[in-house]
Design a protein around this ligand. Structure first.
Ligand code: ATP
Ligand code: MG
Length: 277
């Protein structure tokens, strides 16, 4: 299966989230059936990130958005594990600080964009400014409605600077969210994840889904596609995202650079020292 094709939002089309099954497992029957593929993808990610880092000419930006308890943390853990921390970074975006609020909404985002050779994951992103900002009227419609275009232009700018962008919406059902909140309540070591607004925000579920549908539809572009990942099953979410990252990084074709020294000459020096011993 080509995961990119299967889960990408075709640019210019209107997404209907209620038509996409959050419990879909892409034909895989169980976690066990997917295990081999998952392991393969992990090994490939290690290899590709090494190549990207050593090449130092292009970068990868992974944007993660989801409803609360959608699995962003678990995804980050899974995706980053096979990669060398030296070339990776996770950037989380919280409620903007007063300094951030005194600038345009992309200011803090642009600063956090990856540099050559880097893989960066955005845990939340500039899309919050057309999601929570829209659902809670943090700014008037006149302001947020223009942001889709600014976002597309901004992402195009990054793309022309050799940053590949992939954006994942982790699609869970409302019942799955309820179950995950329940698990958090039941497990003391997860209590820290609970926030005051968890249950009250659920009242805005439909508004959020609509805001997501617009963001996904208006901002899935050739240079920065959105993927809707069925995420009720964590193992499938991990598999789909790992596969899409492998497919994407392969298409970037990163190359380990040629040596900057004459290897034969160095080898002679090494041999000479060995013979002296
Ligand atoms: P997460 O919920 O992502 O796992 P967290 O629970 O550790 O993270 P929170 O304190 O919940 O951290 O921070 C995220 C909150 O910040 C979310 O409610 C999110 O909607 C909000 N936020 C992020 N960016 C913006 C923004 N641009 N404008 C308003 N609110 C924002
Ligand atoms: Mg939170």
């Amino acid at each position: 299966m080509n995961f990119r094709k299967a889960y990408q939002v075709e640019p210019g089309t209107q997404v209907r989230l209620d038509k996409i099954d959050p419990a879909d497992t892409g034909g895989f029957e169980s976690k066990k059936a997917a295990l081999k593929k998952l392991e393969q993808a992990k090994r490939k990610l290690t290899e590709l990130q090494y190549q990207l880092y050593s090449e130092n000419k292009q970068s990868l930006l992974i944007v993660l958005q989801a409803m609360d308890a959608g699995g962003k943390d678990g995804t980050i853990n899974h995706v980053m594990a096979p990669m060398n921390p030296q070339g990776c970074r996770v950037q989380s975006f919280k409620v903007p600080s007063s300094e951030e609020r005194a600038h345009d909404f992309l200011w803090r985002i642009h600063k956090a964009a990856p540099k050559n050779g880097e893989v960066v994951i955005f845990n939340r992103s500039h899309y919050e400014d057309v999601l929570i900002a829209r659902v809670h009227d943090l700014v008037p419609k006149q302001i947020w409605s223009k942001r889709y275009e600014y976002i597309n232009d901004f992402e195009k700018l990054l793309a022309t600077n050799n940053t590949r962008i992939v954006k994942f919406f982790l699609h869970i059902s409302k019942d799955e969210q309820f179950a995950r909140f329940g698990d958090r309540l039941a497990e003391p070591e997860k209590h820290w994840k609970i926030s005051d607004s968890d249950y009250s925000e659920r009242q805005h579920w439909d508004d959020y889904q609509k805001a997501f549908e617009d963001a996904l539809s208006k901002c899935s572009t050739k240079q920065a596609p959105w993927y809707v990942i069925p995420a009720n099953h964590k193992w499938f979410r991990n598999l789909a995202i790992s596969q899409i990252l492998v497919e994407t990084m392969k298409s970037m074709n990163p190359k380990i650079p040629e040596p900057t020294v004459d290897i034969e000459e160095i080898r002679k020096l090494a041999l000479a020292e060995k013979q002296q011993k």
